[in-house]
Ligand binder design. Structure first.
Ligand SMILES: Cc1cc2nc3c(=O)[nH]c(=O)nc-3n(C[C@H](O)[C@H](O)[C@H](O)COP(=O)(O)OP(=O)(O)OC[C@H]3O[C@@H](n4cnc5c(N)ncnc54)[C@H](O)[C@@H]3O)c2cc1C
Length: 403
């Protein structure tokens, strides 16, 4: 990794030092012989989604067969676990348990079992009596278990990807402001200078739709930020949780619901919720960003999404969780009845770059859009950390085709 900034021509320029930008930089560096620049507006990598998440290595039971996520998640999970073990990044493979409380949940879990099997993931059905052998304090009438599910240190992983990207010039505190395809190159205007490159990769996460729009790409989609609130469980109550306990997800929404997760530092969190954020980087409800609110307000898909009955019901439910942690407790105690409101302590949050289409649909899959000289990664939502290694190889192949 080389720090610094110079005005020059590069073979490839990448916007964004999250997991997608860093994994792509690493894949291109391993290919060799390319002059690569990675531009990151913050002072270090992994300051947004890649550093504020559940830190779960997913295993492939939840992704629709045939989707891009399904294509990458099982290989991604295996390679990510191997990478962490080889490179000394903290990881704990304790499995994920998805518990059913009702017959409706059981039907959802049966669908997930079929999805997992179609995706080639390791998943097993767990009857009620065995459930307590796996998570002694969890409640459910049956469950699904993904034994490869794990916790890992996501920021350390992203930093290691950046370290591995040998020869790549990382420039921190430098924002990409404008882009234009000019013949055989892309002109990139940043907060410091102008550079040229033969291929450009947009991995700007929560701002990726804005950069894509500069090149006339993805104008049918907009990032609507959804904040996920986490609550840390007291050390005594944390002892109740061995690994990860998830509820059956609501199939109408792409979010997995409040789950209990043991992180690699030994803490246990309950969360995340999914409430509309007042800005793309507004990590608490007191902060808002005028430009982001305006972008939402003028997006027809935002109002279409807001006026569906399911969305209104969910927005109220999620809004309560964002305001009062007692509502996070109410969901968490469904998974583990011994948890008490007083067990729920410090809060923190992450924000998802969720794409919403013009007709108000929440886009579930990863989206990659291209122009002759650029590749735009949009909607890199969960589990894109898990998918990152094979996904970045794919982005790398698309870049190489342009050179
Ligand atoms: C609450 C939450 C929980 C999640 N849990 C999991 C999980 O357990 N497992 C899993 O696999 N996935 C999870 N995910 C998903 C995962 O975190 C994301 O998919 C992934 O981190 C996206 O990475 P990214 O590189 O696209 O975006 P980011 O990490 O957001 O990186 C984008 C980078 O681009 C920079 N940038 C933006 N605009 C510009 C610009 N104009 N110029 C220069 N730089 C710019 C930003 O500063 C940022 O560093 C979760 C996500 C969230 C939000």
């Amino acid at each position: 990794m080389v720090s610094g900034a110079s005005s020059a021509t590069y073979i490839v320029a990448i916007a964004g030092g999250g997991v997608i930008g860093c994994a792509t930089a690493r894949a291109l560096a391993l290919h060799g012989g390319l002059r690569i620049l990675l531009l990151e507006k913050e002072s270090a990598v992994a300051r947004h989604q890649s550093g504020r998440n559940s830190g779960v290595v997913h295993s492939g039971y939840n992704q629709k067969p045939g989707s891009l996520k399904a294509r990458f998640v099982v290989e991604g999970s295996r390679r990510l676990r191997e990478f962490c073990l080889e490179r000394g990044i903290r990881i704990h493979v304790g499995g994920i348990l998805i518990v059913s409380q009702t017959d409706r949940d059981t039907a959802i879990l049966k669908d997930l079992l079929a999805r997992g099997q179609a995706n080639g993931a390791r998943v097993e059905w767990v009857a009620e009596d065995r459930l307590r052998d796996i998570e002694p304090h969890a409640r459910g009438i049956c469950a699904l278990r993904a034994p490869d599910g794990a916790s890992f240190d996501a920021p350390a992983y992203v930093r290691m990807l950046a370290t591995d990207a040998k020869g790549v010039e990382f420039s921190f505190g430098e924002s990409v402001l404008d882009l234009a395809e000019e013949g055989a190159s892309v002109a990139v205007r940043t907060s410091r200078r102008s550079v040229r490159c033969r291929a450009f990769v947009n991995a700007a996460g929560l701002h990726a739709d804005r950069l894509a729009a500069r090149m006339g790409v993805g104008r049918d989609l907009r990032v609507i930020p959804f904040r996920g609130e986490y609550c840390e469980i007291s050390p005594t109550a944390a002892a109740l949780v061995r690994s990860h306990v998830y509820p059956a997800p609501d199939p109408r929404f792409p979010f997995l619901g409040v789950h209990l997760s043991r992180r690699v530092d030994g803490t246990v969190t309950a969360g995340p919720g999914a409430v509309l954020a007042t800005g793309r980087e507004s990590y608490d409800s007191e902060r808002w960003e005028d430009r982001d609110l305006l972008d939402m307000a003028v997006w027809p898909g935002f109002w279409k999404m807001m006026t569906t009955r399911e969305f209104v019901v969910t927005a109220i439910k999620e809004g309560r969780k964002a305001l009062w942690k007692s509502f996070i407790w109410r969901e968490a105690r469904e998974l583990m009845p011994e948890l008490k409101p007083s067990d729920f302590g410090r809060r923190w949050s992450g924000i998802r770059a969720q794409l919403v289409s013009r007709d108000g649909k929440l886009v579930e899959d990863l989206v990659v859009r291209e122009t002759p000289r650029s590749v735009h990664v949009l909607n890199a939502v969960s589990p894109a950390l898990t998918c990152s290694l094979p996904f970045a190889d794919d982005v790398c192949r698309q870049v190489l085709r342009r050179l």
